[in-house]
Design a protein around this ligand. Sequence first.
Ligand code: ZN
Length: 224
Amino acid sequence: MDYFIWIFIIVIMMISQSFLSSSYQKYRKMPTLHQMRGCDAAKLILERNGIYDVSIVPSNRGTLSDYYDPTKKVVNLSSDIYYNSSIASVSVAAHEVGHALQHAEGYGFIALRNKMLPATQIASQLGWVSIFIGLISNIDFLLMFGIFALILIMLFQLVTLPIEFNASSRAIVQLKANGIIEDSEISSSKKMLRAAAFTYVAALITTVLNILRILLIRGSRNRD
Ligand SMILES: [Zn+2]
């Protein structure tokens, strides 16, 4: 059973990664009718929403490393997204600006996630170490601590989902309302953002399965 879950985890991770990379490869080659670059689309959406204190910068972290940093109020876009005008570029840029809009508005789940962040960071540093040491040394307390750490990570990933879906739906609304994409391009844009969101769903499923796996290992040990 334990091995079965392990294989299932690997399969889910592989599916979500290949789904994202194949979607990205497809939509980065699909030009938009209005040919607006990702950075210009992002600037336009911010302006139209009356936000002037957020900057858009190109980052060199690599493919799809795009993120919004609320502490610095910076939208970081990977160079492919920043400089190009494909469906993928404007969609991902608008999604990251969607996070800036959420921040400006004080969107509820963001405040909750920020409160959970410090504990989750500790949990992700200590969780697996604690499980690993707990397993080899047979100390149940360490194993339980590790499982609670994974549960905390799972809750954090759960709170992240509505934030991601909301940023994507804001992106579609803004792309359309500001004339960055046409009606005929909406479904492509949605598909690109759905593939990106699926990685968050896959991460959550992976954590749930890992908790189950460790509980099963613990249960079979306690029986022995
Ligand atoms: Zn996002």
